[in-house]
Design a protein around this ligand. Structure first.
Ligand code: 3MF
Ligand code: MG
Length: 344
């Protein structure tokens, strides 16, 4: 029995289209996904603003809230919570050069409108957490904007969100590159610096995605640990990634089981979840996956997480600490490997 609560986004069950080819699976409606999420053992759903309210750009504020109340009812029907809402600031023509740090004022205003509406939607869905995935916040052409100006724009945008609603917590999901060339906020260290510069640092934290840490050349467990050390880990996006290539969002643990074990270990050791935090997944099915298997990668990721949770529960800390005291790291490493391989 896991001691964690789990969450997932509707985008994690998708049609298989990528930059090089069209859909390979049929789309699935939101309610069907909710029912299946519940059946698989998830406790909460993560949303982009337009996952919850698809046509929001053409709706009034009141219409948006009303629609969101309907989604809340649907969540209730399946006994699911909303974990967070994230403004989708990378699809609209207004965000082609970014949102909060676009060089055009009207684009920045559009981005703030989406952020405010995301807060409205979050409130209706019963969550106080806003996630910012800063997809296009950076440069495509290094000379196109000043990194100093852009960084300050981000701080200012977050300050406006904090002022708009006194309860909202803002959580940045760092990523070093792709779909842009150079990002402004690429690691958990950047997130913490941004947080400290805002008007209410305790309401600004991070969402560590394993794949994004790997793309930055960093170890996900250490990024998680860095945020935990400052009480800044508001959520996680667990998945896996085969080194520095396109953002793969592989099932948790399939690429590097030892790195996955250490992510679970650092979460368990630091009582992650005790303040209501969820273990969020951000995993995608392979393009070859069939319609019938649309949820396999979610089931697999949960199974890997829970199996590793059991391994952590069996970790012999007394033995490990003895080895650590004697700097016997060869033995410590092999003990860990044997545990993961099921040999002890
Ligand atoms: C992209 C991501 C995104 C964000 C999500 C939340 C689709 O690299 O990781 O997942 O997590 O959009 O804003
Ligand atoms: Mg993510």
């Amino acid at each position: 029995m896991s001691k964690f609560k789990f969450s997932v986004g509707p985008w994690n069950v998708h049609t298989g289209a990528d930059s090089y080819g069209p859909e390979t699976r049929r789309p699935i409606d939101l309610e069907t996904k909710f029912a299946k999420f519940k059946e698989l053992g998830f406790d909460a759903v993560q949303f982009h603003d337009d996952d919850a309210v698809p046509d929001m750009n053409n709706m009034t504020v009141e219409q948006i809230k009303e629609y969101a109340r309907g989604v809340r009812k649907l969540l209730d029907k399946y006994d699911l919570k909303a974990e967070f809402v994230a403004p989708r600031l990378w699809m609209d023509p207004h965000t082609k050069d970014g949102g909060f740090m676009s060089t055009r004022e009207e684009d920045r205003e559009y981005a703030m409108w989406r952020a405010y509406r995301s807060i409205d939607i979050a409130k209706e869905l019963g969550t106080d957490l806003l996630v910012l995935w800063l997809a296009r916040e950076g440069t495509l052409c290094a000379e196109s904007k000043s990194p100093v100006w852009a960084t300050k724009q981000l701080v200012e945008a977050i300050n406006k969100m904090l002022a708009y609603d006194e309860n909202i917590r803002v959580c940045i999901e760092p990523k070093p590159n792709e779909p842009i060339d150079r990002s402004i906020c690429g690691t958990m260290g950047h997130v913490l610096a941004i947080s400290a510069a805002t008007i209410d640092p305790k309401r600004v934290g991070g969402n560590l995605e394993s794949a994004h840490a790997i793309l930055a050349g960093l170890d996900p467990a250490h990024e998680i640990g860095f945020a935990l050390a400052f009480d800044k880990l508001f959520t996680v996006h667990l998945n896996d990634q085969n080194s520095i290539r396109y953002d793969q969002d592989k099932s948790f643990g399939v690429e590097n089981i030892r790195a996955a074990f250490n992510q679970v270990k650092v979460l368990v050791e630091n009582n992650y979840g005790s303040k209501g935090e969820y273990v969020g997944l951000d995993v995608k099915a392979m393009r070859t996956t069939s319609d019938e298997d649309s949820y396999e990668h979610l089931a697999n990721s949960l199974a890997v997480f829970k199996a590793l949770e059991d391994k952590v529960a069996r970790y012999d800390y007394e033995y490990a600490n003895r080895l650590i005291a004697e700097l016997k790291f060869e033995q410590l490493e092999m003990y860990t490997m044997n545990l993961i391989m099921g040999l002890v």
